[in-house]
Design a protein around this ligand. Structure first.
Ligand code: GLV
Ligand code: MN
Ligand code: MN
Length: 415
């Protein structure tokens, strides 16, 4: 096997670059980020690339092309992880193109276009509750106010960057000129069961679902758990529980493609066994490949929760802290990926992505496409049980290599 076994071994090593005592957790600008980043830089250099960190801690490797003036192909994904993650989410999209370039370098092949591989420092948004920091900076939607956001320990992003050896003041240097980029291509584990159920190793992504993220704050009245009669209570947690179930019911019964998740809920101060909860916060993550459907679903679920709040006499406030439109993948690039897959004798399956990806930030900036790789174990991801086989890593990397070698930018005269 040319690629698959080695990539899986590299992913096994990267799984040890983790903070905390068990599982895989690697947040932006942590020691684990540094450990993984240094390892990736080593792999890039061994593959014949010039490599280093940019001002925001993204790992960037360059393999020059034959035509110095031609725009470059940018490819990559994120190095960070969710808490207690799988080992391929993000990292496969960095390791696979490095393997391609190592192969080109070994054969002494230079392509017309230069290639850049990027390991984005943050995509998951675990540490500072803002996602896709690296790809936002590259594509011009980094918000300077993010530098003042604090992590759970009260450390600002600016300070964390300083500790990492980055340079917060140089964040604008990360931004690219879209005229110098031919396309962005991201390989990623599917994180769902479609390819697995159809027994296919890879697929072409058609579009990435849009996302709304809301924070709900429910305020009732704290009181003594032993003395306040049940009829007189304004229990914020019981109200929030009813809202969580209403949100689930709405998404379940919606015939259009929409999913909603309450992933975080907390009672102020952690709660106490003998106190009626007075204040609760929870988050809602709402996604759909169709932005109009997502907006309608958002209105329906906030209305349903507002009605519960009124009935339970609690105050409910909403804050929408994240809103990212669905990102269609470029049809011309999809065709090129499809033909690379076809050349490997694999049936071409096109499918949307329910998960968010760095590629979303490139939509409207430069032509963008994604290659999905089958996810084993029922399609489970954001979980240590996430699995990819060496055989699938091999097919996906061979397809990516073919795509890179055959890449032709769309003629400005083409329809
Ligand atoms: C990233 O993994 C996301 O879709 O939340
Ligand atoms: Mn993820
Ligand atoms: Mn990912």
């Amino acid at each position: 096997m040319r690629f698959g076994t080695e990539i899986l071994k590299q992913a096994d090593f990267l799984a040890t670059c983790s903070q905390g005592s068990s599982g895989i957790t690697r947040t932006y600008l942590s020691d684990a980020h540094r450990q993984a980043g240094d390892y990736l830089l080593g792999l890039m250099r061994e593959a014949g690339m010039q490599a280093g960190y940019d001002a925001l801690g993204n790992v960037v490797g360059r393999y020059p092309g034959l035509e110095a003036d031609s725009p470059v192909i940018v490819t990559g994904s994120h190095q960070d992880s969710v808490v207690d993650a799988g080992r391929y989410d993000g990292l496969f999209g960095i390791l696979s193109p490095i393997a391609c370039i190592k192969d080109l370098h070994r054969r002494g092949v230079r392509l017309r276009h230069g290639i850049e591989v990027i390991g984005f420092g943050d995509e998951e948004g675990v540490r500072f509750e803002v996602t896709m920091i690296g790809s936002a900076a590259l594509t011009g939607s980094f918000d300077v106010n993010w530098l003042d956001r604090c992590d759970d320990a009260g450390i600002t992003m600016r300070r964390a960057l300083e500790n990492f050896g980055g340079n917060a003041d140089a964040w604008q240097s990360v931004r690219r000129d879209p005229g110098r980029i031919a396309c962005f291509i991201e390989s990623h584990i599917e994180q769902g069961p479609v390819l697995l159920s159809e027994n296919l190793p890879v697929g072409v992504v058609t579009a990435i679902a849009g996302v709304s993220r809301l924070r709900a704050s429910v305020v009732g009245l704290a009181g003594h758990a032993g003395t306040v009669p049940m009829a007189n209570r304004r229990d914020a947690l019981a109200a929030a529980a009813e809202m969580v179930l209403a949100i689930e019911r709405l998404a379940q019964s919606d015939p259009s493609p929409v999913v909603a998740t309450v992933g975080k809920i907390s009672v102020a101060g952690g709660g106490a066994i003998n106190v009626i909860p007075g204040r609760v916060e929870f988050t809602v993550d709402l996604r759909s490949p169709d932005d109009a459907i997502r907006r309608t679903a958002e209105a329906a679920l906030t209305n349903a929760c507002n009605a519960i709040a009124a009935q339970r006499k609690v105050v409910l406030e909403w804050q929408r802290f994240f809103d990212l439109n669905a990102a269609p993948c470029d049809p011309y690039l999809q065709e090129q990926l499809a033909s690379a897959i076809g050349e490997h004798g694999v049936k071409v399956r096109r499918l949307p992505s329910g998960a968010g990806h760095d590629a979303m930030k490139f939509a409207g900036f430069t032509p963008m496409a994604m290659l999905f790789v089958r996810c084993g174990n029922g399609g489970i991801s954001h979980n240590p049980l996430e699995i990819m086989t060496a055989e699938d890593a091999e097919v996906a990397t061979s397809v990516l290599l073919r795509f890179l070698e055959d890449f032709e930018p769309k003629s400005p005269h083409a329809a």
